[in-house]
Write a protein that binds this ligand. Structure first.
Ligand SMILES: [Zn+2]
Ligand SMILES: [Zn+2]
Length: 407
C-alpha cells in the first residue's frame, strides 16, 4: 500500500560528489511540532523527538534551494513518483541493520526568517539549558597534564569521522577532542573493535554537533558519563537526542558563547564566532604536545575553514596540523604554513569513504604549505610527535581498550 507522510527536516549536510549531490536530512514528523510547543523544558522537548535520518543522492545536482543547517519540509513515500528522490532511512544513527528504502518528494525549503523555521530552531535546540561558567570548564581541564610532562596528540582510527586525544605520559587519553567515527552510509568504515579508554576520566571537548564527531559517545555508554564540553550551536533532532543522553548523566557542559578562549598548559580551546554553518562556528583545539622541553602547537581545526581561523593561525607558532574536514575540498581555502622544524599533517577519514576524502587537491595544498610529515588514521592509531618507542602492551589496566598506537 502506498503511504505518504509529512516531515520537517534539518539539512544536516550537503556534499558535492562526482555522482551528484549527497544530502543528509535529520527529520521529524510534522505532527511532532504541536507537542514540542507544549513541552516546557529541554528534557521534555527531547523526549518528544523520534527522528529518522535520511540519506539521498541527487544525480541531477538539483539542490532544491536547500541550505545546510536550515530546515525544510517534504513527504516520505514508500513508492517512487515523478521527481521523487530515492533515500535510505535510518531509525537511529547507530541502527544500520534496519535501513529502509523510501522516496522523498515535494521538498520545500523553509525561509529561515519565517515563523515555522524560527520555531523549529528554538524547539530543536539546547535552549532551556544553562551555560557552564569559565570556572566550571577550567576545573575540568586543569591538572590533567603538567607542563613538565612529555605528552602526545593521538589521532585514532575511527573510520570516516574524527577522534583525537591528548595523551598523558602513560599514553592514556587525558582529554578527547571529539569522540566520533564512521556512521550511516560510512558505518562500514568504523573499526568493529574500537574501544576508547576512559581510565583517566578524561573530559571530551566536542568541536561541533556533527554526528561523525560524536557517534562513539553514543555507541559507548560509559562515554556518556564523562564531562562533555560542547558548543551552543543550531542542531538537528538526532543531535538533540544525544545531548539529552549526556544531560541525563549531568555530563553536558555548555561552552558560553562569550568565552572566546581558554588556555591550559597542554591545550588551548577557542570558540569560532557564530556562523550559521556548524562546521564554522564550533570549538577549535590547539594541542601543546611533545617532550617536556620541546613542545609544539598542533592545530586541530575539526571541520572549520582555515579562513575562519586566521586570527589564531597568525598568532600561533604551528608545529603541526590536523587537516580540516577530513581532507575534504574547501575551494580557495589556504592551509597555514609549516614551521621549519616541525611539519606534521594528519588526515582523519575512513577507507573508501563515500565522499572520496582526502581530496587530491587538498592534499597538494597542504604539501605545498610545507606540511610534509604525513599521517593517515586509516593506517591505525597515530601520534604527533611520533613516539620514540612503541609500547608493547595495552594501555589500560583492564586491557580492554583498542587505542594502542601503531603509527
Ligand atoms: Zn566531520
Ligand atoms: Zn562537520
Amino acid at each position: 500500500m502506498q503511504s505518504n507522510k509529512s516531515y520537517f527536516a534539518y539539512v544536516d549536510s550537503i556534499e558535492h560528489t562526482r555522482e551528484g549531490l549527497s544530502i543528509c536530512f535529520d527529520a521529524i514528523p510534522t505532527e511532532t511540532l504541536e507537542r514540542l510547543h507544549q513541552a516546557t523544558t529541554f528534557e521534555t522537548r527531547a523526549g518528544e523527538l523520534e527522528p529518522v535520518i535520511l540519506e539521498t543522492l541527487d544525480p541531477s545536482k538539483n539542490s532544491h534551494n536547500l541550505r545546510v543547517d536550515h530546515w525544510c519540509r517534504f513527504n516520505i513515500a514508500t513508492k517512487s513518483s515523478f521527481g521523487s528522490l530515492a533515500a535510505q532511512q535510518y531509525r537511529s544513527p547507530n541502527n544500520v541493520e534496519n535501513i529502509e528504502e523510501v522516496f522523498i518528494e515535494n521538498i520545500e525549503h523553509l525561509d529561515g526568517r519565517g515563523r515555522l523555521s524560527r520555531s523549529l530552531r528554538q524547539l530543536v535546540s539546547l535552549d532551556g539549558l544553562q551555560d557552564a561558567t569559565q570556572n566550571n570548564i577550567e576545573a575540568l581541564l586543569n591538572h590533567k597534564i603538567s607542563e613538565q610532562e612529555d605528552n602526545y596528540l593521538a589521532v585514532y582510527n575511527v573510520g570516516q569521522g574524527a577522534c583525537l586525544a591528548v595523551l598523558a605520559n602513560s599514553l592514556q587519553p587525558a582529554l578527547y577532542f571529539d569522540l566520533g567515527g564512521g556512521c550511516l552510509k560510512n558505518a562500514g568504515t568504523y573499526p568493529v573493535n574500537f574501544q576508547p579508554c576512559f581510565t583517566l576520566n578524561p573530559p571530551v571537548v566536542l568541536s561541533h554537533w556533527h554526528m561523525d564527531h560524536w557517534i562513539s559517545g553514543d555507541r559507548h555508554q560509559s562515554a556518556q558519563q564523562l564531562p562533555w564540553i560542547v558548543p551552543r550551536q543550531a542542531l538537528g533532532p538526532s543531535d538533540m537526542r544525544f545531548a539529552q543522553k549526556l544531560q541525563s548523566y549531568g555530563s553536558l557542559i555548555i561552552w558560553p558563547n562569550n568565552l572566546t578562549s581558554l588556555i591550559t598548559p597542554f591545550c588551548e580551546i577557542h570558540k569560532i564566532p557564530n556562523a550559521s554553518n556548524r562546521n564554522n562556528s564550533g570549538l577549535v583545539f590547539v594541542a601543546k604536545v611533545g617532550p617536556h622541553n620541546d613542545k609544539v602547537n598542533v592545530l586541530c581545526s575539526d571541520d572549520a575553514k582555515y579562513v575562519k581561523l586566521l586570527h589564531l593561525i597568525s598568532s600561533l607558532r604551528l608545529g603541526g596540523l590536523i587537516a580540516t574536514h577530513h581532507g575534504g575540498l574547501y575551494r580557495g581555502d589556504i592551509p597555514p604554513q609549516a614551521s621549519i622544524t616541525s611539519n606534521y599533517i594528519a588526515y582523519s577519514y575512513g577507507q573508501r569513504n563515500s565522499y572520496g576524502y582526502p581530496n587530491r587537491q587538498t592534499v597538494n595544498k597542504h604539501q605545498n604549505a610545507g606540511l610534509t610529515t604525513r599521517r593517515d588514521s586509516i593506517n591505525g592509531n597515530q601520534t604527533i610527535p611520533i613516539l620514540g618507542t612503541l609500547p608493547g602492551m595495552s594501555l589500560c589496566s583492564g586491557g580492554r581498550c583498542s587505542l594502542t598506537i601503531v603509527q
